[in-house]
Ligand binder design. Structure first.
Ligand code: NOJ
Length: 750
């Protein structure tokens, strides 16, 4: 048996204490001012700071202004435009008794006006620098419109594509999501929150929200502590370490305790273990929803439970305002707790510089919104998010000398839908669609356009004949299928992941023309597109690519850029395979096809026995349609010479894992070199593979490069039910092009 090395205490010292200490040191001057302010505040003013409302909740503008004047509002969400926000801020700082500025929040999820790809697409870029740049653009545009705080990034691990909010996530993997979490936080917040071009970020939804039962939004989650700590919490820890200013408690019931009243996650883990001293905001009415959950009898009990767990600010509902006085009178909470929460809220207002610079220059927006620079970032982000899934006979890239193309499908010219879900401020008139971009690139006379279907859900085949004609008179067909923006996002979950409406039928009739078909799928999630692979020659998965999606697609189809995205989620053959993710733990009878490889070949009245059985479906096997990390490009890469700097490492040591990568094709392109490990045996079972590092590199034809990825013992630690441990033992390591292929090596920890 292995010896388990307990290092819980060590891990706290290593990981948790330094960030806590340094932020306290940094903030000392404002701490004094915070305490001075608190000493002057009435309870009503304190509760005002702890309340956030949407303008519509006040009934009319005058009521909102009066509430701000009376010190009853600490934060407003969804007020936009420098003129409007300045007007409210002026009342807060000049007419309220203590002159405390309000903090304005907004869901700036993947862009403000210049819309970037949906987060799932950004994650498919596997490019953290680019992600950071994209979020910095979003921050600058939002800040120019008076917004101080975004409710992003959403870093919920999402392993169920039925869940509509998978679009807003970074996918199924803990490591990739953690890397993206850090990049997004740093992008939004920059190095200095008081810089007028940055905004505060919010790590959400804390925690486990993406594990909703059945993929139905808001649903119950049951996540054992080992899984919670190893898979769901690390992205939040990464956001905390990156300096995220705020956290949002979630809607979901986690193991019987709703996350907005969960002392274990909010108090023990976030505050005590991680030392987070920023602000926690509830989700919209998630405190009072604990009544519906059956965890609180009434608003008073809901307020008490959220306060005890440590939710500083209540979004949209008013259980704090209504109940804190009586909870204090009854001795159920104490004043120092309330003061601590108010301090957390004031601290971020100081950090944002709102006391010194409360207003937004009214000419700021025109300098940044939709600027050439921002549009260029949006195009680059879209381009890097695309994943090439299939390219039979190297049909892509197409030659620009092609005499004509048919552009077909409900998403070829859908400026609204290409922006994707969670877009409040993007405008469809700013989107450049594939149709527009292709006409620009090739000349309008070379493009024969026919929608075929009005929208993605259209069932009528009326438009097919025109689409067939367009295909027949062209050399190739570019077919844009997928799903509209409204089919993913909050509460927009699906039980069926096939192409909606008559899209499969459209593909059938177009394929029947015999013309080469390039299928571009735009969607907020991985759809079950297995049957389309047989009919289309090439398939490019473009997610919802945002404002500049069209030009990015046109460039890629005609070879001005090469695909470099890799899947951040496992693609399924059928919805019945859910959950299917690469980093699962094993069964005692690991999946193989066993006796029956084809359900249709099982003889009638075949004898059923229990020998040689394994974990798989008779009708869908166990393999995905495409594995996590998969993605092709216009060249080929060869991996060779896997090397480990040492075959052993100490429990606090590290090794370098290297591989030689060569571009063996004819075009320059990028590859994401991925490093996976497997801990062969542990004190709790370990996943069959885990991503632990990656590097995106661009190579010219023939070019060779040695790729080094460090592996620290610390990266191999896990929570085993009692403590975070690094356990001595044997490990597999792979370096390769996806989670399903790679050169293999071995090492051990001793
Ligand atoms: C509810 C959503 O769950 C959350 O993500 C969002 O930030 C808030 N509404 C505010 O719009």
């Amino acid at each position: 048996m292995k010896t388990t090395i307990l290092f819980l205490a060590g891990l706290f010292i290593l990981n948790f204490l330094p960030s806590c200490v340094s932020s306290v040191e940094k903030e000392e001057p404002s701490e004094k001012k915070i305490q001075e302010l608190i000493s002057k505040m009435t309870l009503d003013e304190k509760l005002g700071q702890m309340s956030q409302f949407d303008p519509f909740q006040f009934g009319n503008e005058e009521n909102m202004k009066q509430a701000v004047r009376d010190g009853k509002v600490g934060s407003i969400l969804n007020l936009v435009g420098a003129k409007k926000t300045n007007e409210i801020q002026k009342i807060a700082v000049e007419e309220s008794r203590l002159g405390i500025p309000v903090i304005i929040g907004r869901d700036v999820i993947h862009g403000y006006r210049t819309i970037m790809p949906i987060p799932l697409g950004m994650a498919a870029s596997w490019n953290s620098e680019l992600t950071k740049k994209a979020m910095a653009v979003a921050a600058e545009e939002a800040a120019s419109e008076g917004i101080h705080w975004t409710f992003a990034p959403m870093i919920d691990i999402s392993r169920d594509p039925r869940w509509g909010r998978i679009a807003e996530s970074c996918g199924e993997d803990t490591y990739l999501t953690s890397v993206m979490a850090e990049a997004m936080v740093k992008g939004f917040q920059g190095d200095d929150l008081s810089n007028p071009k940055t905004i505060a970020a919010c790590a959400k939804h804390y925690v486990g929200y993406g594990a909703a039962e059945g993929g139905r939004d808001y649903n119950t989650t049951n996540i054992p502590e080992v899984l919670l700590r190893n898979d769901y919490l690390p992205p939040f820890k990464a956001a905390k370490d990156a300096g995220v200013a705020t956290f949002m408690s979630a809607f979901n019931d986690l193991n019987g305790v709703p996350t907005s009243g969960n002392e274990f996650t909010l108090k023990q883990i976030l505050r005590n273990e991680w030392g987070f001293n920023g602000m926690v905001v509830s989700d919209w009415s998630s405190i009072t929803e604990m009544i519906q959950h059956g965890y609180a009898a009434d608003k008073k009990e809901a307020a008490l439970k959220a306060l005890k767990a440590g939710v500083d600010m209540e979004m949209a509902s008013n259980s704090y305002v209504e109940n804190v006085q009586v909870l204090l009178d009854e001795g159920k909470i104490d004043r120092t707790t309330i003061d601590r929460y108010v301090a957390n809220i004031l601290r971020i207002k100081f950090e944002l510089g709102l006391f010194d610079h409360p207003f937004t220059p009214e000419d700021a927006a025109e300098k940044t919104i939709l600027s050439e620079k921002n549009m260029a970032v949006a195009k680059e982000a879209a381009s890097e998010s695309f994943v090439l899934l299939q390219n039979k006979n190297e049909i892509l890239p197409l030659s620009k000398d092609i005499s004509s193309v048919a552009v077909i499908g409900p998403l070829a010219d859908a400026p609204h839908d290409q922006m994707g879900t969670w877009v409040f401020d993007g405008k469809k008139e700013n989107s450049v669609t594939p149709l527009t971009a292709l006409k620009q690139k090739l000349g309008p006379e070379k493009v024969h356009f026919a929608k075929g279907l009005e929208i993605s859900r259209t069932k009528s085949t009326e438009g097919f004949s025109e689409a067939i004609k367009a295909a027949q008179k062209s050399d190739a067909v570019l077919l844009f299928l997928g799903e509209e923006a409204i089919l993913s996002g909050e509460a927009h979950c699906l039980a069926n992941l096939n192409l909606q409406g008559a899209q499969n039928e459209l593909l059938d009739v177009i394929a029947a023309t015999g013309k080469p078909v390039v299928l571009v799928v735009m969607a907020g999630r991985q759809l079950t597109i297995g049957s389309a692979l047989e009919k289309a020659h090439a398939v490019l998965y473009a997610w919802a690519p945002g404002t500049m999606g069209g030009p990015a697609i046109a460039d890629m189809l005609f070879g001005d850029t090469a695909p470099s995205g890799k899947l951040p989620v496992t693609f399924l053959k059928t919805v019945g395979q859910i959950p299917l993710y690469y980093n699962h733990t094993n069964t005692g009878r690991p999946a193989t096809y066993g006796q029956w490889t084809d359900i249709n070949k099982i003889p009638a009245e075949a004898v059923q026995h229990s020998l040689g059985n394994t974990s798989h479906y008779l009708d869908a096997g166990f393999e995905p349609l495409f594995p996590f990390g998969f993605g092709l490009t216009y060249t080929t890469f060869n991996y060779s010479e896997l090397q480990l700097s040492s075959k052993t490492m100490g429990i606090d040591g590290s090794i370098m894992v290297s591989v030689t990568l060569q571009n063996t094709g004819r075009r320059e392109a990028s590859e994401v070199v991925q490093l996976y490990i497997r801990d062969r045996a542990g004190s709790v079972t370990r996943p069959v593979k885990q991503l632990k590092g990656f590097k995106k590199v661009s190579l010219k034809p023939g070019e060779k490069q040695k790729i080094d990825i460090p592996l620290n013992a610390k990266d191999l630690s896990f929570y085993n039910g009692t403590a975070y441990v690094v356990e001595p033992g044997d490990f597999d390591v792979w370096m390769g092009t996806s989670s399903a292929s790679g050169l293999h090596g071995e090492f051990s920890i001793n």
